[in-house]
Design a protein around this ligand. Structure first.
Ligand code: OGA
Ligand code: MN
Length: 200
């Protein structure tokens, strides 16, 4: 699992009808996803440590087993000049839980957001903030790492759909139901840019 062996995953995307080709290019080059970024064993170990007591927590310290995994993620996803936020956000979504559409505040979070998914597959939906008919759904697999930067980070809201809404259409319009169970995500962010260069 050395990062240099990682391939960008050709994940199932479903661009809703009317999604413009130029917007698609913008989105696709700014939203990256890597399947199997961590092993089953690393997932179990992170799970054990991530969820002690809290449903949603911030973690500054990781045990000796998990710290290298977190550091591998950070080194892989963030350009070296970016300063990482010391706290890593851990979210524990119940099987019926979901994350509402939002854009991570540019006042508290910098240019890159990297998210590791444990325990369950899910569907992430992106909706263009300025034209709500530009919608794309992406399969986010268990143990994958996804990275938002540029357009996907700033121009689109992101959300994690409810299990019952987690349906992904393929290019032939066949529907695939994704069974979202309990899901834990580990969210790494960097410091906001003090020179206020919010939009790319
Ligand atoms: C967030 C967020 C997405 C995820 O915490 O801001 O968007 O996949 N999380 O957990
Ligand atoms: Mn977010």
């Amino acid at each position: 699992h050395a990062p240099h062996e990682l391939q960008l995953t050709a994940i199932p995307y479903h661009y809703h009808e009317g999604f413009l080709p130029e917007t698609r290019e913008q989105f696709q080059s700014s939203f990256l996803i890597y399947d199997d970024f961590i092993s089953v064993e690393e997932e179990q170990s992170l799970f054990n440590e991530a969820i002690s007591n809290f449903r949603e927590t911030e973690r500054k310290h990781w045990n000796a087993h998990n710290l290298p995994v977190i550091q591998r993620l950070q080194k892989f996803a963030f350009e070296p000049h970016l300063k990482l936020l010391p706290y890593v956000h851990v979210l524990d979504l119940a099987p019926q839980g979901y994350i509402k559409p939002h854009i991570d505040s540019a006042r508290f979070c910098g240019d890159i957001v990297a998210v590791l998914s444990l325990l369950s597959d899910s569907v992430a939906r992106f909706v263009h903030d300025q034209s709500k008919d530009q919608i794309v759904d992406c399969l986010v697999r268990q143990r994958s790492l996804y990275v938002m930067k540029g357009s996907s980070r700033y121009d689109f809201t992101h959300e994690i759909l409810r299990s019952e809404d987690s349906i992904l259409k393929d290019p032939n319009d066949n529907e695939r139901k994704i069974d979202k169970t309990r899901r834990i995500s580990i969210v790494c962010r960097c410091e906001p840019d003090v020179t206020i260069r919010h939009k790319t």
